[in-house]
Design a protein around this ligand. Sequence first.
Ligand SMILES: [Zn+2]
Ligand SMILES: [Zn+2]
Length: 555
Amino acid sequence: MRRFALLTIAAVVLFVIMPPAPRPLPAAPPGMAAPIRGVIHVHTNRSDGTGSVDDVTRAAAAAGLQFVIVTDHGDGTRTPDLPDYRNGVLYIDGVEVSTIDGHLVALGLPKAPYPLGGEGRDVVDDVHRLGGIAIAAHPGSPKPDLQWKDWNAPIDGLEWLSADSEWRDERPWAFVRTLLTYPFRPPQALALLLDRPEPVIRRWDELAQRRRIFGVAAADAHARVGVRSFGEPYDSAGSLHFPSYANSFREFSIALPDARLTRDAAADAGAVLNAIRDGAFYSMIDALAGPAALRVAASAGSITVDAQAPDDAQITLFRNGVAVANTQGRRLEHAADAGVYRVEVTLPSGPGTPPVPWLMSNPVYVDRRPEAPAPPRTSTASARTSSSADLSGPRTFHAVYDNGPARGWTIEKNAASDAALDVVGALPGTQLLLRFAISGSSADSPYAAFVMPATSAIGMYDRLMFMARADRPMRLSVQLRASGAADSRWRRSVYVDQMPRAIEVPFADFHGISTSMPEHPDLSQIDSVLFVIDSVNTKIGSNGQIQIDDIKYAK
Ligand SMILES: [Zn+2]
Ligand SMILES: [Zn+2]
């Protein structure tokens, strides 16, 4: 009898806390086809996920998706898999790069010529140089280490929603509710953890007014969770295969209304990536209802939103981050001034306070032409092929190395690495030849540094300029070191390759090597300028050479 009573109570509790079933949808408005759908940001057992690419594509097929974008952790030096149809789903291979400013999801990259890493802005530059798309990963993560930090870097997009961040959220009751109801309605149980990530959306709106930037809902699926530190992919106590890939993929997706797939994997991957780059997609919480069609059309002073939505859906139109129109139903029309517009559709039953947007559009620009996502860099380490004489900025110079011997230069390196500095003939005069071989174990952080004495004149200028080229594409770390303190260094990495280029690095652009130091150097304390090749951007076991000439301070 008592057992019966307990079972009854359990059943009533479950009934009360059970998330609602997905809402049925009316037919799509005329002229609106079902969108191509997929998920982005998935880990496999190549990094910290549990399944193979085959498991992931099978799960994506089971969830009714047309594409899946895998982004295992890496430095870009693994040759990415070619786009391929597996288990009937288009598989696109990307990478999630760890930078000192947070994680960056990079799509559409070839194999990188050197390891990608270091400062966020440098990795974004590298991704763009390689023709890829750079997305700030989980910017709203409750774990500060995981938040994206460099909002001046010209990222193409950000993850406005990350299942991973929502998991790490501290809402114990939502967690318990998810665990108890997961066996019955898995995607809906997972969606209970979602809400509207206000700070991230605010940041996105702010950036969108300056330049084109898309927002994407990212699965960050690992199909595992740590036993002890719930919310981490795994910990020392082991992990559970939960939630499954298929259930993560049924929770939410991104929808590409205009993309057409042809079953040619390379062409289709191009179409999917172009749609993402252009922000021609929307995010959708399928666990609440879906798949649904959404269209945001801007024409001659007006915006029209059509949504395949239940009668009680709320369509909200935002202009420059502020809600300017709201209606219940399937259509919203609004006379639009110039501005950046975005649409959110919410369902009254949606989880979270405030509720997570069920459909989230990308910015639409009315009578405003935003800058391209990657504005041309004018000052920092800009690649100029012209001679340094016609640089327009600085007016006065102080030559540090021009011709002749390398007076006072020294070499520093870890024991296993090799380095040599030679003065070689050039037209006209001489230049410096830096040769290096980076060797040792990664625990020694192998490096080779060419150290130039900084004259006291440095304090009267605001930038370092030099000509450089290397025998292959690479990143060189330029550093300023304070006297008497080996670890007081400020650094800025620059890109060099076979093409001679004039490099210009403002001192204000140097950042301390640790957060405990002043962010920028006090030039009166600087006694050396270092040109460093290290394992942040150079593969251990590789060697090469760099030619440097015409080193000067400028203002
Ligand atoms: Zn990450
Ligand atoms: Zn990830």
